[in-house]
Design a protein around this ligand. Structure first.
Ligand code: NAD
Length: 327
């Protein structure tokens, strides 16, 4: 039938699989896909994720509870899928330092299981959630994709291994893979409660409670923070861009802020003159001192632009946590 013959049309009627779709970034992707009327399957074991994040789009999502290391579960989720967004992982550098085997098992073996299932199912494209931690603590800034990686933690090594596997699956088997190295993502639905919570949700919840934020180190370490909607946009672009397969792209804002800057920005978003003075704890092993991305490659190949800047992202995030606290 002519209607189904066009390559892009065929895939556009197929499903999108989001592994880790109950997580912070995966659920943001699901919300966007559902808003666009796409058929979405989520595979998640809810280890760090929460199905509540999908409650508002529950009718549009097929939710499969399962582990990405379980071949049968992954194969089941992969049926009829044209595009995979592989977000599932055990995140956190600190967690991986405490339990390197678990981190490696999920982030490396799990990723390989997803790639292998995608290949066998004839999936067209897989977009992989890679990490800026691959760059390590080398002094040269901004980080460009052609720099030698220097991962410093089991988490960083595992995420980098996933990139290599993804590229190998493109070269060996023609599965179109694209790796996106996210830089410190933040936004609504990020978990502030976990022992391994990222810095922005921790700082915002402390500020809302009028409590001091805990800073590991002097607070002058800096990060290129990325609002989650920009990451979602990059994923959708990476799923379609013709020159992207086989490549790795930095996904960031292209500016860096210190943790002390961040506290001041959050206070400003809350209408306060100054933040509550933070409590300083010793540096955490494996953490990098500074990070800043060069996003020229993503701009050129994906047409990516960080449409939401840091101030606007912080404002939206603070609003979301304020409303969540009031619910
Ligand atoms: N948040 C960031 O700043 C950041 C930066 C770089 C890369 N990443 C990557 O982005 C992805 C999403 O991160 P996030 O911040 O949304 O984390 P998250 O913990 O909120 O989401 C991860 C999801 O994967 C699920 N999961 C974990 N192990 C699983 C398993 N064995 N089988 C099935 N599901 C499993 C969790 O339940 C969770 O829903 C991860 O791959 C992470 O490494 C995140």
């Amino acid at each position: 039938m002519a209607l189904f013959a066009g390559h892009s049309y065929t895939y556009s009627i197929m499903r999108y699989l989001v592994t880790g779709g109950a997580g912070f970034i995966g659920s943001a992707l699901c919300h966007r896909l559902a808003a666009e009327g796409r058929k979405v399957v989520v595979l998640d074991d809810f280890s760090t994720g929460d199905p509540e994040r999908l409650a508002a789009i529950r009718a549009a999502v097929t939710l499969i509870e399962g582990d990405i290391r379980d071949r049968a579960a992954v194969d089941r989720a992969m049926r009829g899928v044209g595009t995979v967004f592989h977000e599932a992982a055990l995140p956190s550098v600190a967690r991986s330092v405490e339990d390197p085997l678990a981190s490696n098992d999920v982030n490396v073996s799990g990723t390989l299981t997803v790639l292998e299932s995608a290949r066998r199912a004839g999936v067209r494209r897989l977009v992989y959630a890679a990490s800026s931690s691959a760059y390590g603590d080398t002094p040269a800034l901004p980080k460009r994709e052609d720099m030698k990686p220097s991962p410093r933690s089991p988490y960083a090594i595992g995420k980098l291994a996933g990139e290599h596997y993804a590229e190998a699956y493109f070269r060996l088997f023609g599965l179109e893979t694209v790796s996106l190295r996210y830089f410190n993502v933040f936004g609504p639905r990020q978990d502030p409660r976990s022992h391994y919570a990222a810095v922005i949700p921790r700082f915002i919840t402390a500020a809302l409670a009028g409590a001091p934020a805990t800073i590991y180190g002097d607070g002058l370490q800096s990060r290129d923070f990325t609002f989650v909607d920009n990451v979602v946009d990059a994923n959708l672009r990476a799923a379609e861009a013709s020159g992207a397969p086989g490549h790795v792209f930095n996904i960031a804002c292209g500016r860096r802020y210190t943790l002390l800057d961040l506290l001041a920005m959050i206070a400003a978003a809350l209408g306060r003159d100054a933040p509550v003075p933070p409590v300083h704890e010793p540096d955490r092993p494996g953490d990098v001192r500074h990070s800043l991305a060069d996003i020229a490659a993503a701009r050129a190949a994906l047409g990516y632009e960080p449409a939401i800047d840091m101030q606007e992202g912080i404002r939206r995030t603070v609003d979301w946590y304020r409303q969540a606290a009031a619910r």
